[in-house]
Design a protein around this ligand. Sequence first.
Ligand code: ZN
Length: 191
Amino acid sequence: MINEAAIQSATKTIIEAIGEDPTREGLVDTPRRVAEMYTELFSGLNMDPTEELNVGYELGHREMVIVKDIPFYSMCEHHLLPFFGVVHVGYVPDITGRVVGISKLARVVEVIARRPQIQERMTTQIADAIDEGLGPQGVAVVVQAEHMCMVMRGVKKPGSNIITSAIRGMFRNRPASRAEFFSLIQSNNNK
Ligand code: ZN
């Protein structure tokens, strides 16, 4: 579990280490605020995203399902700065046609985003969670994100989008399905 007291004292140490005064009015409650915020932002560490897919599914849909533009906010583990953007998910249900609501997929994304992350692993974990939780014939996940550690510091490249993808099952072996998925998510980007 997350140790809020330890985050508070560490935050106070950082404030002192940059030469600021942790007792001045604007900063005196900052360690508490940061501890509460990190507890929320990293709440996905202690959760299993596949549990979101255990309930509420329906049967009978055998065609590809695509959910575009699921928003997410995560924290890059190299700098503890936000990266954020959208996730596009496509899957082909199992032979019973098992599908879940959009809110369940959004929850899977949220649980996995609320951890110290790198975008590549986040993408893989989303694909694996859907693969494991739904047992579909195939899954494809694309993540488009902007990283504050690239915008605010270092190379300073505002607006640069990083795109990652993870492909499982029939999307791997069937180029036509893969092409259909990528063309459907692309059409959205041009609007
Ligand atoms: Zn970073």
